[in-house]
Design a protein. Structure first.
Lengths: 257, 257
DNA sequence: GCCAGTCACTGGCTTAAGCCAGTTGAACAT
DNA sequence: ATGTTCAACTGGCTTAAGCCAGTGACTGGC
């Protein structure tokens, strides 16, 4: 057999995983359904329990199933996505008096909660320093870290970086930043958000991120490095958003120039 | 010990993985470096080989290392991202006579190659049907599937959906679509791309995608569901882009309204 | 100088067995 | 009816052992 075809010649664990995947995709196993137990699968295929276990691990890594100790392995439920639209930066939203996140949550009938984790003067990471045009070798920024929840489910981790020389001694150093949030304060400092630049990438979460966001294995994160530019094209704020991939999506609507 | 602190009380495999992760993050192990062999790790920690192996699997799942049979396990090299800017839809780019992808590749000094996998009349997936405003229960679309390569490395899978009633009998059904590609033909049909709507999400690849893109474990994909709207706000093209997460990023620059 | 064979080393995969820790429901006692 | 106990089940993790398949360097033979 030199047939590079597909099915034969491949490890038993993969074969079992593929069979199960087929069952899931065909609808023979629906979201929420329980898979056969590891021991049952092993017997069914005449394999060791570890081999069946490995098959389930493969599916978990693909984000198809989740195991719960003592209960079983279940087909993962597709989650409704929490969409962050590009209009989250829109000035129109100011009128509602809600921050973009609260607005987005309300739109989807969820309760928003924001936890201020820390506000500290720091030396910026390189990528942030480059975009904010500040030195990367001194404590040139204020770093505000927030965790965002929707209906008490953690949804995103946000790190906001502001120039220390601007934020020093203002409400930007406080948990409560006042009317219209940090963008309100930044406007008072002469920065009207005119353009934004979002750099988007994806990766697997760090263990810390997985813990904070409560991520199961097989769930990546979306990382957005956001830069706000004012009326003069000056970058005045950089934020790093880390979204959980299983419940979050982004939406960009823009004119073609 | 009820200390939920951190380190103690956790499985040996995780402890080993954490130690290695620390070594990698501290720079004690640099990108490209070889980790100790499974057998060496096992002995070093007084554990079974399977336990050391499990530790390495954890790191691989996090995208930190890759194993190569017969050679060893290596710290993954950070890859330069292939950035797709929002100006990829720009009309200005028409003048160069290059398609957006070729332009992007050229900008980064890579050689672009596009492989036309299939062009077929099909029943559209639900999400596509909704966005293109065509029936989801009949063969109402043409599906063009392309694979994109940069320097012979697969970079993205693109599925483009067009209305069958418009594409029928035109160059849109052919591999070679003529000057300015499909957007050139669609303009002749009266659709000038005026706004775009990109819905972005992330997930782990399917086995097929992993095979086409040559993805190692621990690498997610970026999925973009793109809709082109014409001067009358009519959707005339929907594409699904599947990008490899380890080499691809997206960039959106937009005005704040 | 070149090539081929060999061997020690790597990860890939499986088996078989055992103990642990959550979960659940049925049997039992109140 | 209510609550408790317990046994049978689930996955979580580890050990110990073995065979396979790539890799690469070293060793001869030509």
């Amino acid at each position: 057999m030199t047939t590079p075809g597909a099915s034969s010649q491949q490890p038993a664990s993969r074969r079992i995983a593929e069979d199960l995947r087929t069952d899931i995709e065909s609808g023979q196993l629906s979201p929420g359904d329980k898979l056969p137990s590891e021991r049952a699968l092993a017997e069914q295929y005449g394999a060791a329990r570890n081999t069946a276990r490995e098959a389930i691990r493969i599916l978990a890594e693909q984000g198809l199933v989740t195991a719960q100790q003592g209960r079983g392995v279940f087909v993962r439920e597709p989650q409704r996505l929490f969409r962050f639209g590009s209009d989250r930066y829109s000035l129109k939203n100011r009128e509602t008096g809600l921050t973009p996140f609260r607005l987005e949550a309300k739109r989807q009938g969820k309760e928003a909660r924001i936890e201020v984790v820390s506000i500290e003067r720091e030396t910026p990471p390189r990528d942030v320093a480059e975009r904010l045009k500040v030195p990367a070798d001194e404590a040139s920024v204020v770093h505000r870290e927030n965790h965002y929840f929707a209906d008490d489910e953690p949804v995103q981790i946000v790190s906001t970086f502001l120039r220390w020389d601007e934020a020093q001694g203002t409400l930007l150093m406080q948990p409560k930043t006042g009317k219209h949030g940090i963008y309100g304060r930044l406007e008072e400092l002469g920065h009207v958000m005119t353009r934004v630049r979002d750099e988007i990438s994806t990766r697997m979460p760090t263990p810390e991120e997985a813990a904070v966001l409560g991520l199961l294995s097989g769930v990546p994160v979306l990382e957005v490095l956001h830069t706000s530019l004012d009326q003069d094209g000056v970058p005045f704020e950089v934020s790093r958003y880390v979204h959980r991939g299983d419940q979050t999506g982004l939406l960009y609507e823009l004119p073609v120039e």
